[in-house]
Design a protein around this ligand. Structure first.
Ligand code: ADP
Length: 362
C-alpha cells in the first residue's frame, strides 16, 4: 500500500517545531513522571543494549552468589538511552535501594557525607553527570569508593584532625555523557565501565509498544514502527513522541495511533523522515550554507547558531555522526554527501578538491 500522507497539516517551520518535544532530556515534571512510569525495573523488561545488559546481568548474578555487593559501575552515552533506568534496575535486581543525585547537586562535602552515611549495605548511589563533580567532592569520594570510609575533619587549626568513619559497602553508579572529561583517578575506581549506544528502530518499536500498553494508548504495529524509526535511536524520545502523537491522534482522528497518525503527528512536531529534529537540521544547514560544507570548528558553529557548544557536541552530533551525516575531522565538522541529499541542498561545486578541501568526502 502506498504510503498515505496527511498533507493537510503544514510542514513544520523552524519556529513552529518544538525542539523541546524531541529533546532527549526529561524537561518538565510531567516528563519526569512519564520517565518513572515507563522505566523497566528488571533485565527481562529492559529492551536492547544486549551486550551491556548481559554483562550487567552476569555481574549481578555473581555478586548475589557471593552474597557480596556489586562493583562500582560507570555508564556513558548520550542522554535518554537508559543510564538512570539501569541504575534503578541494578538496585532492584540486587534487592537494595537506589539513591539519586548528580554532580552539580553535590555542592559541599557535607552533602556527600550525609548521603553516604545514610546508605544501607549494597545500596546504589546514582550520580548523574558525574563529570561535573567539583574536584574537592570528587576527592572525598575516592576513600568512600575504595575503602568504604569517609574522612571527617574535627577541630580547627593546630588541633584539627581527620577521622575516618566507616560506611556500608555500596555501589556507585556514575553516569556521564562524556567519559573523556572524567579524571583518571575517578575512572580507575570503577570496576565496571559500559557504554550505551543508540537503539535500533526495531528495539525502539518494542519499547514504544510496551509504553503504549502501560499508558493505555491504542497503537498499531505500523504506528509503532513509524515512531520507532523516527525516535533518534533514543527511548526517551520514543516515549515522548508516542505521548505527543497520541494527542494528535485523539484530536485529529479516532485516537488510534496508526502509521498515518504517527506520520502526521511527527511532522507537526518537526521530526523528519529519518528522525532528525529541527536542531539537527539547523546544525547541518549551518555547516552547508555558512561554512560551505565544512570543516567548521565547533565554537564557530555554536556562535553561528547561538547554541550551547555542549548541546551541539553531546546531543546533536552523536546521532548525526552515527547516521553518517556528519564527520568530525581534526579541522572541524564536515557535512557528508548523504547529508546534502537528505537536506535537499545542492552539493557545493567541488573544484579540484572541493571548496574547503572536502572533496574526499563526496
Ligand atoms: P538517561 O539516564 O540515559 O538519560 P533514562 O534511563 O532516564 O536515560 O531513560 C529515559 C526513559 O527511556 C526511561 O524512563 C524509560 O522509560 C526509557 N528507557 C530507557 N532505556 C530503556 C530500555 N532499554 N527499555 C525500555 N525503556 C527504556
Amino acid at each position: 500500500m502506498a504510503r498515505k500522507r496527511h498533507d493537510d497539516g503544514p510542514a513544520p517551520s523552524e519556529h513552529e517545531s518544538s525542539a523541546r518535544v524531541v529533546s532527549p532530556e526529561a524537561d518538565s515534571p510531567k516528563e519526569k513522571a512519564l520517565d518513572v512510569a515507563l522505566r523497566p525495573t528488571s533485565f527481562s523488561e529492559f529492551v536492547g543494549q544486549r551486550k551491556v545488559a548481559e554483562n550487567l546481568e552476569v555481574y549481578v548474578a555473581a555478586a548475589k552468589k557471593r552474597s557480596g555487593t556489586l562493583d562500582h559501575v560507570l555508564l556513558s552515552g548520550p542522554p535518554g538511552l537508559g543510564k538512570t533506568t539501569l541504575a534503578h534496575l541494578l538496585a532492584h535486581e540486587m534487592g537494595t535501594q537506589a539513591r539519586v543525585t548528580s554532580g552539580p547537586a553535590l555542592e559541599r562535602k557535607g552533602d556527600l557525607a550525609g548521603i553516604l552515611t545514610s546508605l544501607g549495605r549494597g545500596d546504589v548511589l546514582f550520580v548523574d553527570e558525574i563529570h561535573r563533580l567539583q574536584p574537592i567532592i570528587e576527592e572525598s569520594l575516592y576513600p568512600a569508593m575504595e575503602d568504604f570510609k569517609i574522612e571527617i575533619v574535627t577541630g580547627v587549626g593546630a588541633g584539627a584532625s581527620a577521622i575516618a568513619i566507616p560506611i556500608e559497602r555500596f555501589t556507585l553508579v556514575g553516569a556521564t555523557t562524556r567519559t573523556g572529561q572524567l579524571t583518571s583517578p575517578l575512572l580507575s575506581r570503577f570496576g565496571i565501565v559500559e557504554r550505551l549506544d543508540f537503539y535500533t528502530p526495531a528495539e525502539l518499536t518494542t519499547i514504544v509498544k510496551r509504553s503504549a500498553s502501560i499508558l493505555g494508548i491504542r497503537l498499531d504495529e505500523e504506528g509503532a514502527l513509524e515512531i520507532g524509526r523516527r525516535a533518534r535511536g533514543t527511548p526517551r524520545i520514543a516515549n515522548k513522541l508516542l505521548n505527543r502523537v497520541r494527542d494528535f491522534a485523539e484530536v485529529r482522528g479516532d485516537g488510534r495511533v496508526t502509521r498515518e497518525a504517527a506520520d502526521y503527528g511527527l511532522r507537526r512536531l518537526g521530526v523528519d523522515e529519518l528522525g532528525l529534529d529541527e536542531g539537527d537540521r539547523r546544525l547541518l544547514r549551518a555547516i552547508m550554507e555558512r561554512f560551505d560544507g565544512g570543516p567548521a570548528g565547533i565554537e564557530a558553529l555554536a556562535a553561528a547558531l547561538a547554541e550551547d557548544r555542549d548541546t551541539l557536541e553531546y546531543v546533536h552530533e552523536p546521532y548525526l555522526i552515527q547516521q553518517g551525516f556528519l564527520v568530525r575531522t581534526p579541522r572541524g565538522r564536515q557535512a557528508t554527501r548523504q547529508a546534502y541529499e537528505h537536506m535537499k541542498i545542492p552539493l557545493p561545486s567541488t573544484g579540484r578538491n572541493g571548496p574547503s578541501g572536502q572533496g574526499s568526502l563526496f
